[in-house]
Design a protein around this ligand. Structure first.
Ligand SMILES: Cc1cc2nc3c(=O)[nH]c(=O)nc-3n(C[C@H](O)[C@H](O)[C@H](O)COP(=O)(O)O)c2cc1C
Length: 335
């Protein structure tokens, strides 16, 4: 396998003929228009791409970097031709229609995958989970010794990468010319998703979503309990605000009874007994509260003020060191 090629499993080669709509020599643009009902002459040449201020140098690179600002997930596209399973990493995947269920993929015309797909064939889409960077590299044809092997599950006669966050099987219903790429519109026959976090791609790099900000909850019990023992009990009636976004306040609360509804821009979650509220604010009191939190049912908490927390850390520096370690591990996750 060479750099720049994807990953095939079991059977080494498949002779698949390229669909006629792609049997076009792009260097000979004059012959192309009839094939697509559109003129290549009308398509802007690379030189016609205007770059914004400050973007000098190679226009193709600037264009690529501009597109790279669009954050995506990462998929492995798979297909089976004869006895061969072929997989290829792709982030040019998009949802198109709910009724009928349609998705679109964009494949480089040099990629082997393009030669294996044509109207009527099926392809699998495995949406990679945050830790599956090795599989992404493998199916992008990157060469490294420690890349993991993939295992496949066959659904609708189509291989799907095991352990992925979501899976789709689609049948190609249309294919289109897309410049140096080919576009395949697939009608989805199978869809499934699980719990987890997606692998992201942005600015040419893998990225991950940051998990909920937990710091104190990751401390060992024997270090956390003495801190909480300093706090005092507070009660809230159903619906009563426990804290409001932006307000000053930096107490750490342990939920003892009842639930708390946490509303942050774009997401909400419910916390239950044993969970902590305000883990970040107590360490960073200048920033204000980062969520609206309301009591669900009768709520009982233990509240530890920042002053009490600092005294506890002074009294037992092991807890302070453990906190620094937790924060460093969190930083590593995002770096
Ligand atoms: C994160 C990532 C996303 C990619 N997305 C695409 C894509 O959407 N379309 C594409 O043609 N190639 C894409 N590639 C490159 C292909 O994975 C790579 O060229 C692969 O070797 C093609 O395999 P094949 O020629 O064996 O089919 C991507 C690579 C990476 C690392």
């Amino acid at each position: 396998m060479t750099e720049g090629s994807g990953h095939s499993v079991r059977i080494p080669t498949v002779e698949a003929s390229r669909p006629t709509e792609f049997a076009i020599d792009v260097s000979d643009a004059i012959s192309a228009p009839e094939a697509f009902g559109a003129s290549f002459d009308a398509a802007p040449s690379a030189g016609a791409l205007e770059l914004g201020e400050g973007l000098e140098g190679d226009p193709a690179l600037a264009f690529r970097k501009t597109l790279g600002m669009f954050a995506t997930g990462v998929t492995v596209l798979t297909t089976r031709a004869a006895e061969q399973v072929h997989g290829m990493t792709a982030n040019a995947f998009m949802s198109v229609s709910l009724r009928p269920p349609l998705v679109l993929i964009s494949i480089d015309r040099r990629a082997r995958m393009g030669a294996l797909l044509h109207e009527g064939t099926r392809f699998g889409v495995s949406v990679l989970e945050a830790k599956q960077t090795g599989l992404s590299d493998r199916f992008a044809g990157r060469v490294a010794e420690d890349l993991p092997e993939a295992t496949f599950e066959i659904v609708h006669e189509t291989p799907l990468v095991e352990g992925a966050l979501a899976h789709l099987v689609a049948r190609v219903v249309r294919s289109y010319w897309g410049g140096d790429h080919s576009l395949f519109l697939g009608q989805v026959e199978f869809a499934r998703y699980g719990e987890g976090r997606p692998l992201l791609f942005h600015g040419g790099r893998y990225e991950r979503l940051i998990e909920d900000p937990r710091v104190f909850s990751l401390l060992p019990r024997e270090l956390l309990d003495p801190i909480l023992a300093l706090g005092e009990e507070r009660e809230y009636a159903d619906g009563e605000p426990i804290m409001q976004m932006g307000e000053a306040g930096c107490d750490l609360l342990l939920l003892v009874e009842g639930h708390a509804n946490v509303e942050r821009p774009g997401r909400s979650l419910t916390l239950g007994p044993g969970e902590l509220i305000g883990e970040i604010e107590v360490l960073d009191p200048g920033g204000g509260r980062i969520a609206d939190i309301h009591a669900v049912g009768h709520v009982r908490t233990i509240g530890v003020s920042r002053q009490q927390l600092l005294s506890a850390l002074e009294a037992d520096p092991r807890a302070a060191i453990a906190l620094i370690e937790v924060l460093a591990a969190r930083f590593r996750e995002t770096a």
